[in-house]
Write a protein that binds this ligand. Structure first.
Ligand SMILES: Cc1cc2nc3c(=O)[nH]c(=O)nc-3n(C[C@H](O)[C@H](O)[C@H](O)COP(=O)(O)O)c2cc1C
Length: 388
């Protein structure tokens, strides 16, 4: 017990999790971010009161970064009919309400811009069983690098994108990025992972094109690199640009971690600031339960950071604050993104602060500080510790 206390004091003095992080013109007050998570609560792509409550809770809970969910850059790119979108002006103002709220609570709002490619048009009612959107959900035609369906219930054969289609798709990312800036987002995360559109261009399993967008690694990376470069050109120079990749397909002859390192180097050259390291999603029959994706992602994050010389995120099964701290200390990542642990407890940063932060490195929201923070009238935290 005493040893734990000493350990805690020691951690508090050195906590990296609660050390602010500056990326370009943006400063995160700590290195805890919400990992993007779809909620499937939108109508016509427009965020509503649910999204205000949902994203507000994380900002109030003290995270440095609230990265909102996979948000479609065109209607055809929605995973389900209930995805959020940012393909038209009508969607901008509702997003601005959310970014204003997040900023007023001291966090930075970010958005993941996405296109689901061949995994679009699935049913929101039964996504877990992976079926296509029914006619009553107005299912739509999908598009991908090659006319190969994902399978596993997502069986619609996508249209093979023509060069004109590629221009339209890239422009959709560019226009969405411009709207995201005008909606008040301060970070953009391009979704190049999980078997969605750009991920399928990267992987030789899903990309069997014979033109300049298929074949060699250089050609398969072209769509993503062009998109990242074009987005970089239209957003403010001071704005951080993240790219979420799948570091591996977990499949023979698929995309792997060495490809990810090469891609990261080239993304860095076109002005990307952070590689957000996720994995999988291109191949449908992977038994993830027999793998350890979190460990794979954390190790790839370390490798990409060291070999490509670019900031990275560690994501996956980060629940214990000491684990988050350790990932930063051993140079596995520059910041951590947390998904399910924050859904379970949006005040996870409060729990982490108990272990790692000091009053100088973590500020409770003023309304809560009074009752449970460092300067609380009730001094709840101190009393709890003394009681123990
Ligand atoms: C409910 C849910 C929705 C998700 N939606 C997205 C998404 O919109 N975009 C994305 O890149 N990843 C998505 N993910 C993956 C998470 O961002 C995260 O990488 C994954 O859950 C692992 O982190 P965790 O173990 O902390 O939850 C989702 C995960 C969950 C659980």
């Amino acid at each position: 017990m005493i040893k734990n206390n000493i350990q805690t004091q020691d951690n508090k003095q050195q906590s990296l999790l609660f050390t602010p992080l500056r990326i370009k013109g943006v400063t995160l007050k700590n290195r805890i971010g919400v990992s993007p998570m779809v909620t499937w609560q939108a109508v016509d792509g427009i965020p509503n009161d649910f999204h205000i409550a949902h994203y507000g809770q994380f900002a109030l809970g003290g995270v440095g970064l609230v990265m909102v969910e996979s948000t479609a850059v065109e209607p055809r790119g929605r995973i389900t009919p209930a995805d959020t979108g940012i393909w038209n002006e009508e969607q901008v103002e509702p997003w601005r309400r959310i970014t204003t709220l997040i900023k007023s609570l001291g966090s930075v709002p970010g958005i993941e811009l996405a296109h689901a490619g061949r995994k679009a048009s699935t049913s929101v009612l039964s996504y877990s069983s992976k079926s296509m959107a029914t006619d009553c959900e107005n299912g739509w035609s999908t598009i991908a690098p090659s006319a190969i369906p994902f399978g596993d219930g997502i069986d619609k054969v996508p249209k093979e994108a023509t060069l004109d289609d590629i221009e339209v798709l890239q422009q959709a990312f560019v226009s969405a990025a411009v709207r995201a800036v005008s909606a008040g987002f301060e970070i953009i995360d391009l979704h190049f992972a999980h078997g969605y559109l750009i991920s399928t261009f990267l992987s030789p399993i899903s990309n069997q094109r014979t033109d300049r967008y298929g074949g060699s690694l250089k050609n398969r990376m072209r769509f993503g690199l062009e998109t990242a470069r074009r987005v970089r050109e239209v957003i403010p120079k001071s704005m951080p640009l993240f790219v979420r990749i799948s570091v591996t397909d977990y499949a023979d002859n698929g995309w792997d971690v060495n490809d990810s390192v090469e891609f990261a180097k080239q993304l860095k050259a076109v002005g990307v600031d952070v590689i957000d390291c996720s994995s999988g999603g291109v191949v449908n029959d992977i038994m993830y339960s027999t793998l350890n994706p979190s460990d794979v992602q954390h190790k790839a994050s370390a490798q990409i950071q060291s070999e490509a010389g670019i900031a990275t995120t560690a994501v996956g099964k980060i629940v214990d604050p000491l684990k988050a701290e350790a990932l930063l200390r051993d140079n596995s990542a520059t910041l951590v993104l947390i998904g399910r642990a924050l859904l379970n407890n949006p005040h996870w940063p409060y729990t982490a602060a108990d272990l790692l932060a000091t009053e100088h490195t973590f500020k409770y929201h003023v309304s809560y500080d009074y009752s449970i923070g460092w300067h609380g009238f009730y001094n709840w935290r101190k009393n709890m510790q003394n009681d123990n």
